[in-house]
Design a protein around this ligand. Structure first.
Ligand code: PHE
Length: 452
């Protein structure tokens, strides 16, 4: 490792659009389709949506730009980039990126397995006729052999794409997957808008305004977690992708495109799930929300539509699986690029070793949904937000010149750079500190059984 030097990754994105689609692919995932609905349904309503949008625009966006600058300006993978920029004492941040990416992928692949299994089921058998039947089906796919198999297949597919490399693997996948995903999503949003109870769905969950929820701890934790998880900043995934960026890319514009697409998909997913829930009288199931909610309520609701319902269910789970794999590849790229960078290993050796390790770490989540929920709260919640805070401190306060110089040299206007740096220092840092504190307190409360 040569501190201060710029690493020279041998690969580059084919084009700026290729990078933006890949980064948007990382951001858009199960977090948007399943996490947004799951968290929005935990009582926050419109207050949750407002907090979420606010956090995305003023807190996450500057951090995302900082993460991209750190990757491009150092040219090093997530493990070494913080040391290269800030010196030895920033080494823990590199390890936090590694731990968080491995931790998240270990249960994300399990969720992908459930999604794939639900897709196959929708294609091959009638949907469950009522909630108890759906719960039995879900219990079957979310534990034991089925869950392990789905987890392993999903990890193996992710490994195949990452092993093929940046341009031939990840960029090639996201180039067709992202447009397909938008089309499917749009078709389902339009379909859902014509369901009999659509308006109650929008009003009940997304538009219901209760100002007191703005200060409710669980709503705040949900909005923070959802914003960071959904954009996927704070974990080194976008950092890893940015090391393959050329020096001319306009990072702020690309960051806005990524955040815009991600937010649009989250809201569109809400416009599919909530009308469905309201229309088929599934409000109670959703309000007692767990990670399994969508997998239970969606197929049950659609069952009453017969064959057409099966088509919609299959499309939805296909969409979710495509969205998930464009995210899981970015998670795997974090440890893979770090091993290549730190130890000089080949891409395929790094990929398969990591796939093996993550497969083992994910086993407890395959066997017990409660473990999966805790992994999500810890790695997808606290670790990700902590990573975001450290990134903002590193580029906002420790090495602000690196932030400024990189952006100015690639053609961003001085006013924009000043504004971004100001936001990183004075908005992102205090807001994330507060969000992290609230998240830890609320999580500790709920784990000790006192909270929601
Ligand atoms: N953003 C992805 C999702 O919404 C998950 C993810 C998190 C991807 C962190 C990369 C980094 O599903």
């Amino acid at each position: 490792m040569t501190s201060g030097d710029r690493g020279h990754p041998p690969e580059q994105w084919g084009s700026s659009l290729g990078f933006v689609l890949a980064a948007a692919g990382s951001a858009v995932g199960l977090g948007n389709l399943w996490g947004f609905a799951y968290r929005a349904s935990q009582g926050g309503g419109a207050a949750f949506v407002v907090l979420y949008l606010l956090i995305v625009a003023v807190v996450c966006l500057p951090v995302l730009v900082a993460e991209m600058v750190l990757g491009r300006s150092t040219g090093h993978a997530p493990l070494l980039a913080p040391i290269t920029a800030g010196g030895r004492r920033w080494a823990p941040l590199g390890w936090l990126f590694m731990a968080a990416a491995i931790g998240i992928l270990s249960y994300y692949a399990v969720l992908m397995g459930w999604t794939g299994r639900s897709l196959i089921h929708a294609l091959s058998a009638p949907l469950p006729a009522d909630i108890p039947a759906a719960e039995r089906f879900f219990a079957g796919i979310s534990s034991g052999g089925d869950a392990v198999l789905g987890h392993l297949i999903s990890l193996a597919l992710t490994g195949v794409v990452v092993a093929a490399g940046i341009k031939a693997g990840i960029e090639r996948l996201t180039r067709w997957a992202m447009p397909l995903l938008f089309l499917l999503l749009l078709a389902l949003v339009i379909w859902a808008a014509f369901l009999p109870g659509a308006h109650e769905g929008y009003n009940g969950f997304l538009l219901r305004w209760d100002a007191s929820k703005l200060t409710d701890l669980t709503t705040i934790r949900n909005a923070f977690t959802q914003a960071f998880f959904s954009i996927g900043t704070g974990i080194g995934a976008i950092l890893a992708y940015s090391t393959y960026l050329n020096r001319r890319s306009g990072i702020p514009g690309e960051a806005v495109a990524v955040v815009g697409m991600d937010t649009a998909v989250g809201l569109m997913a809400g416009c599919i799930t909530f009308p469905l829930v309201a229309s088929f009288g599934l409000v109670d199931v959703v309000s007692s929300s767990t990670v399994g909610t969508l997998f239970i309520s969606l197929p049950t609701g659609l069952a009453s539509l017969g064959g057409a319902g099966r088509v919609v269910a299959a499309l939805f789970f296909l969409l979710a699986y495509v969205a998930a794999i464009t995210s899981s590849v970015s998670l795997l790229e974090v440890p893979v690029s770090s091993l290549m960078d730190r130890l000089g290993w080949s891409r395929s050796r790094s990929v398969w070793l990591m796939v093996l390790l993550i497969a083992v770490i994910g086993l407890p989540s395959c066997l017990d949904v409660a473990v999966l929920e805790r992994m999500d709260a810890l790695f997808g919640g606290v670790c990700l937000i902590a990573g975001g805070l450290l990134l903002a401190l590193l580029l906002g306060w420790q090495v602000p010149d690196r932030f400024r110089t990189d952006l100015l040299e690639s053609g961003s206007s001085p006013d924009l750079v000043r504004l971004l740096r100001w936001a990183l220092r004075w908005i992102s840092v205090p807001a994330i500190s507060l969000g992290l504190l609230i998240s830890i307190i609320d999580l500790a409360k709920s784990w000790s059984g006192a909270g929601a």
